[in-house]
Design a protein around this ligand. Sequence first.
Ligand code: PAF
Length: 289
Amino acid sequence: MIGPKIYETVAEMRQAVDAARAQGKRIALVPTMGALHEGHLSLVRAAREHAGHVIVSIFVNPTQFAPTEDFDAYPRDSEADLRLLAGLGVEGVFMPPAEEVYPQGFATAVSVGGPAEGLESATRPHFFGGVATVVTKLLLAALPDVAVFGEKDYQQLCVIRRFVRDLDIPVNILGGPTVREKDGLAMSSRNRYLDADARRTAALVPQVLSEAIDRLDAGEEASTVLADGTARLAEAGFSVDYLELRDAETLAPVDPNGTSAARLLVAAKLGKTRLIDNMNVARPTAGWR
Ligand code: PAF
């Protein structure tokens, strides 16, 4: 099996992109932090549907981690990642060293508002600034026609769509559906932190989301449904950061009289592992209670 070309510098990747464009190929980028799982691979397959030249970036971005977070412990396994990407026929992998992305004297950051406000930002105020800065750099480095991100990180996807539009970055952002384990747990590189007990308990997160959606569909009052869901998670040992119903595009709190689509989002910590998940909520025609 011929593996993908590995680029460590922006210049090398740009050269490859220019050569692929000269052959009339469209370019897709799938930004990742590695420790790839089936969720990432589904994004790579989606990218392939839109482009003849697919590049995956693997970079554990220090600016989106607070000093108290898991940057050092974040799983890294580039050999396994490259094997998986070779199996999918990816053309290139961008694996820059930290100094290529953040050279000495780096002094710029992309600041985001709108959908970045609240939810994740309440407990991780540094996070979306770091994501927006690195994703802007990756998009400008690879100059892709399309870039694919997972709906698993739904707020991140909304933030990226927003700043790409606000900054007129000429790229089409695609969202890929969350891939789930058999018991419903959303696939995540951080699931590797869960021991067997915690792994079993973690399946409660998607269960709480599904049950809340069923009750909303049945016309129950949203505040009661969300309070019950939060209590169930807390009883099972989670420390819940949020369980909230938001407008699916702006992520503003839902307007009870509105008609736009909604999203139910959750973040909860089980021991040291923080899990996030979200699901689409169809609007009842009669509106919310
Ligand atoms: O979702 C991720 O893996 C990261 O936040 C991203 C988009 C690759 C930026 O570092």
